[in-house]
Design a binder for this molecule. Sequence first.
Ligand SMILES: [Zn+2]
Length: 238
Amino acid sequence: MWRLRGKLAVLAALLLPIGLAGPAQAVTGASAAAPPAPAPVHTRIDTDDPVLFITIDDGWDTESAAGAQKLLIDRQVPASLFLLPGAYQRDKDYFRTLLAHSPARVENHTVTHRDMTTLSAAEQRAEICGARDQQLAAFGDSPQLFRPAGGQDHNWPYYNDDTRTAATACGAKAVVTWTHDLTTWGPWTPPMPELRRGDVVLLHMGAQLEGDLRRVLAAADAAGLKPAKLREYVPGSS
Ligand SMILES: [Zn+2]
């Protein structure tokens, strides 16, 4: 018995380097069935480059955002667009034009904008993987980043550990929230903070977007920061 075990151990040691040993295969099989690693969460990007990141959420009200589309194209802003399928289905051409003529990219913002923390792990996965599949079909590009929605009441925190695991399972390399929400909401324009390298700025589609973009681009310019592609600064995305 012991002698047999000894022989098996020697055999395993010989086979391990070429990956044929039984015990090693058993371990590999177990880890393949394990849940995926939770995606990292970024509220800003740690970088020494003089850059910041412009993100635009949701995608409603494109009718009044023609000026913003022109500005994004004219200035070649590498914006990350966290869009909802229900929004871009209404005006796919707006976003297709933007993707074709600027470095903007579409990212994942769930299917229905529900608060992730109210959903089961399976429901969260359906929201994130469903949005990915619809984006791939609509734009031919799979999202690499995930931004959880604020829910109806902007409950906090609007993600949990299941969200991070579901994000990885659905192909996202990171969960990206934001450093500053600089959206003009109604008559209220938020004060401009001191922008720093690595900041993630949140804006929203709509009539106010062109003005918000001009304000952020001018403040970035004054701070010596250039908008950069978020995907290029998140490890593992491309
Ligand atoms: Zn949103």
